[in-house]
Design a protein around this ligand. Structure first.
Ligand code: 8IG
Length: 267
């Protein structure tokens, strides 16, 4: 699967432009669990398109992960595509399905991508549940890559320095960290969490890295934000629970929305 996936994204972008009644979009945001309620703060909804209406998209498998693209006009007149829900590698649909939204956004004219996620925290010494963290870099332990063949993409600065600085102008105290991704859907063992701490990881999750690689291939500037919703396995003495993840998201949604709205309006 190589050229076909890019062609499919082009077809989806044409359908998206038609459904939205717009020729291009300024920014796309992928809302991870916990970030979905924050979408309301970004601007006025111009259109909502179910994933099932567009070529190549699948309805998300996980409760709480949405399933549509919202087209929003920000107070300063920018147009944002907000992906409410994403496909994860653990769903077994393949890597092209995981990055289809990013490729579609790029084909629709987007130049800036904001990737959000919920993640386990690897540094409970300095992180609290409910903290947002800017992604400074990643470690891809999914075993997958969206690119096939001899396209050697530079990943020296996957997560834009410029965009991180802009976010810290808005929220000066915001921490930065390295996001590690596993395929999932299991959470880690305590031994794996200790390994990731040794490797230099700060957050761990099951998304974002493949999307950011596909975005860099397409030449997009990427901003990544994690919401720490639980300490990594074995760090707190409690087992991990998906409902708790969603609950932390609900509790912090308003704050995430305010932050994202300011960021998007200053891009
Ligand atoms: I939310 O602790 C969330 N997603 N792999 N580990 C992994 N993914 C996660 C975690 C976690 N918490």
């Amino acid at each position: 699967m190589t050229k076909d996936a890019y062609t499919l994204a082009g077809t989806a972008a044409t359908a998206l432009r038609g459904a939205a009644g717009l020729d291009t979009f300024d920014v796309a945001l992928v809302m991870g669990s916990g970030w979905v309620p924050a979408a309301d703060a970004i601007g006025e909804t111009v259109a909502e398109i179910a994933f099932t209406e567009l070529p190549g998209f699948r309805a998300p498998a996980v409760a709480g992960h949405g399933g549509k693209i919202r087209v929003v006009r920000t107070p300063s007149g920018r147009h944002a595509l907000i992906f409410l829900g994403r496909t994860h590698l653990y769903e077994g649909l393949g890597v092209d399905a995981v990055v289809h939204g990013v490729r579609t956004a790029a084909a629709a004219g987007v130049r800036t991508l904001v990737l959000t996620n919920a993640a386990g925290g690897l540094r409970p010494e300095t992180q609290d549940v409910g903290d947002p963290v800017l992604i400074s870099d990643h470690i891809n332990l999914t075993g997958a890559n969206p690119i096939t063949g001899t396209t050697f993409i530079d990943l020296t600065e996957v997560y834009s320095r410029r965009l991180r600085a802009l976010v810290r102008e808005i929220e000066p105290g915001l921490a930065e960290g390295v996001y590690v991704a596993f395929r999932g859907p299991t959470y880690e063992t305590p031994a794996e969490i200790r390994m990731l701490r040794t490797l230099g990881g700060d957050m761990v999750g099951m998304s974002t890295v493949l999307e950011s690689i596909a975005a860099r291939e397409a030449g997009l500037e990427v901003l990544g934000l994690s919401l720490v919703t639980n300490p990594g396995a074995g760090l707190s003495g409690e087992p991990l629970n998906h409902e708790e993840v969603l609950e932390v998201g609900r509790a912090t949604a308003a704050r995430m929305g305010v932050l994202l709205a300011k960021v998007v309006d200053r891009l």
